[in-house]
Ligand binder design. Structure first.
Ligand SMILES: *[C@@H]1O[C@H](CO)[C@@H](O)[C@H](O)[C@H]1NC(C)=O
Ligand SMILES: *[C@@H]1O[C@H](CO)[C@@H](O)[C@H](O)[C@H]1NC(C)=O
Length: 419
């Protein structure tokens, strides 16, 4: 691992990649007004579904890693962890790079992988930490042609993706269709006597994780706030529709992330603000309108999850309040050893935000923090490995979940029709 500005070079190729990277980081203006939206939990004791059932003892090879010899059974996935993930760059483990043929360079990946993996971070993402906690390998991107291993699931997430159809090339509807295709092909193989990486049981017992919406909300923040609010139900409806469609094709375990504290991202904070209006920042220096829009999105998504829980009584649907997790990280940053919670590690311009839209991380002029310094923001939009580790640890407690369960318990929980 070389010095502080490793990866800054690379000439035209890197510059080209930078421009294309920008394409995926949705830029938005500042909204004119804000309305306070309260984060509402809708605890739904009646809707806990099968999670009320005590988990049965773990099967012999649950959590078996695929790098060990597979047990001699018709299918190796029938009792291991299977995750199908849908989302944007927050959970993209290399899909965007694969599909666009982008050669993302160091310093992306510098902290953990020590090579670029297509993740927009210096290391692991929250989904990676979740996989580690479940003792299952990192998820392969659906569109990764070489070296993909789908035996523990598939990652459909692509950087820049929106919940809104057509808002991005791989919007949630496209990701859903990719899953439907993957599933149909798997069933076809089974019918032909072949063994796809995930069998029937694998599809049924899998965890379906969704983390999307950040790009949708961001894309409209230049509009007056009431117009932003009017758009949010449409984003949530797309996620709801996706869950319903997955359910109608046999999915039963859902793990849905809300969106984070958008107003605390250096990219948003660096957008020029009207100096006359001194009331745009909250007590922790974050943009109120962005955060209120994020909270509104989460409140509606939480409500949608509660409605679905009542209808899909044989399913478990967990909503995770990512806003609370990520806002706490900013508000209580000193507890986590973070000095500058609103400043990007990799960017341009120095304090307070080290973010410049035209000289972003991966551009030739980027200014990079030292390896080992603790920042929340990696590049102004995406989190560092250090921040993702804290976020994941909080998510894994189950304390931010509705209903209050851990993902490990969800993996281990039995479905009503089992046995
Ligand atoms: C900061 O941490 C304290 C103590 O854990 C907690 O009560 C508080 O809610 C946190 N602040 C935010 C904004 O999450
Ligand atoms: C399932 O539960 C068992 C204990 O009953 C535990 O050892 C195992 O790690 C759990 N599986 C996962 C994926 O967390």
């Amino acid at each position: 691992m070389t010095g502080v500005v490793a990866g800054a070079g690379g000439g035209n190729k890197a510059a080209g990649a930078t421009l294309r990277l920008h394409h995926y980081l949705v830029m938005a203006g500042v909204a004119a007004a804000f309305v306070l939206a309260c984060l509402r939990y809708a605890p739904d004791p009646a809707g806990y579904g099968f999670l009320a059932v005590a988990p049965r003892p773990v099967e012999a090879d649950a959590g078996a890693r695929r790098d060990t010899t597979p047990p001699p059974r018709p299918s190796s996935s029938s009792s291991s962890v299977v995750i199908f993930n849908f989302g944007d760059s927050n959970s993209d483990t290399g899909g965007m790079a694969a599909v666009n043929g982008m050669n993302i360079n160091l310093p992306e990946g510098r902290t953990f992988f020590r090579r670029p993996t297509g993740r927009l971070s210096d290391g692991r993402l929250v989904i990676d930490f979740i996989c580690e906690s479940l003792h299952t390998p990192f998820l392969s991107p659906y569109l990764k042609a070489l070296g993909a291993d789908f035996s523990n699931g598939v990652n459909f997430a692509i950087g820049g993706s929106t919940a809104t159809p057509g808002g991005s090339p791989f919007s949630l509807d496209v990701q859903l269709h990719q899953w439907l295709y993957f599933r149909a092909r798997s069933m076809e193989m089974i019918n032909l006597g072949q063994r796809p990486p995930i069998d029937r049981e694998g599809f049924r017992k899998a965890i379906y994780t969704i983390d999307i919406g950040q790009n949708d909300v961001s894309a409209y923040m230049h509009l007056p706030y009431d117009q932003v609010l009017a758009k949010i139900p449409g984003f949530v409806a797309q996620i709801k529709y996706t869950i319903e469609t997955l359910y109608s094709h046999g999915a039963r375990k859902f793990w849905i992330h809300g969106t984070g504290a958008l107003g605390c991202l250096p990219q948003k904070l660096a957008i020029p603000r009207d100096a006359d209006d001194g009331d745009q920042l909250d007590a922790h220096g974050c943009l109120k309108t962005y955060n209120n829009a994020a909270k509104r999105f989460n409140a509606l998504l939480g409500d949608a999850c509660a409605q679905l829980r009542r209808r899909m009584v044989d399913a478990a649907l967990v909503f995770v309040d990512m806003y609370a997790v990520k806002y706490d990280l900013v508000a209580n940053h000193t507890t986590h050893g973070i000095e500058k919670p609103l400043m990007a590690c990799c960017g341009y311009g120095g304090p307070p935000y080290n973010y410049n839209h035209f000289k972003a991380c991966m551009s030739a002029e980027m200014q990079l923090c030292d390896v080992g310094t603790r920042f929340i923001s990696w590049d102004g939009v995406h989190f560092t490995e250090a921040a993702n580790a804290i976020v994941a640890a909080k998510v894994l407690t189950g304390d931010y979940s509705t209903p209050r369960v851990t993902i490990a318990k969800l993996v281990n929980s039995t479905l009503p029709n089992d046995d």
